[in-house]
Design a binder for this molecule. Sequence first.
Ligand code: C2E
Ligand code: MG
Ligand code: MG
Ligand code: MG
Length: 290
Amino acid sequence: AAKLAGGNMWRFFAAEMGATSGEVVNLERDLRNAITQQEFIINYQPQFDLRSGALLGAEALLRWKRPDLGLVYPNLFLSLAEETGLILPINEWVINETCRQISTWEKQGVELRVGLNISSIQFRRRTIFQTVSNAIAEAGINPKSLDLELTEGILLRDVDDTIAQLDALRGLGVTLSLDDFGTGYSSLSYIQKFPLDRLKVDRSFIQRLAENKNDLAIVRTIIDLGHILKLSVLAEGVETSAQLALLQAEGCDEGQGFLLGKALPPERFLKEFYCQGTQVSLLNSKRTVR
Ligand code: C2E
Ligand code: MG
Ligand code: MG
Ligand code: MG
């Protein structure tokens, strides 16, 4: 979404949210109160191994449950959260809450890796290490369960400082993914400087994979590049079985998307994708237990 001047922001927001002219939406004030009012929730979208079909984990996706306007998706409030710095307490809440959820799952014998979306502001303010290490310690979880999703924007900062922060995070035992890969400005040779574990191919390249030869060539190149750099490659936004078949034929390691499963609250996620400690396979269309 385009960046909007503060004055227009709430009107844009209100219109997007279907608010009527009588309703006054003060986005910044409401966003400030949303944590203490317990209005944020996290939904989990499954991620699968495209070779075995096994469930690998989930991406934690933030939603704002507003009493007046219903469920609000992150793209509508993230730019304001970043401009105001509110993204710091919000993402800290997401990280703590997700670690608590992982701890609950661990106690049930459920082992899943959970992807967390990290803001470049957490790197700029150098808060990310403390936030993640505190959350892991407080929840008492296995750090291997956390996968931090970074955007190419963080790679455009001071390179040495970014690498130092990434090394420290990896020292905790968490893994690192580069989100929305292909949409930013980082060159292919540039990314090898950074200690990464996974590339997440942006949804825009997957969308027309079956129709557009160029997109297929780009995805093939990203998969090859990832494998040369010893990174796992995950395709985002898999919506059709034709896309899934092509990704499997090209040797893409992992997948996520509406075809495989939408984001759900934690209890429903477990019921839908994980049965009695046995992982549910995406390769069986009926989602029968392996
Ligand atoms: P993202 O990290 O690229 O997350 C994937 C987005 O694509 C999610 O949108 C997901 O619901 C959507 N998606 C997944 N599969 C499909 C598909 O097959 N088709 C289509 N059309 N969409 C699909 P969502 O949840 O609205 O999140 C949007 C963005 O907001 C995320 O993009 C991420 O950048 C950001 N975000 C989400 N949660 C957080 C958070 O806790 N903190 C921060 N800083 N950012 C977050
Ligand atoms: Mg993400
Ligand atoms: Mg993404
Ligand atoms: Mg994306």
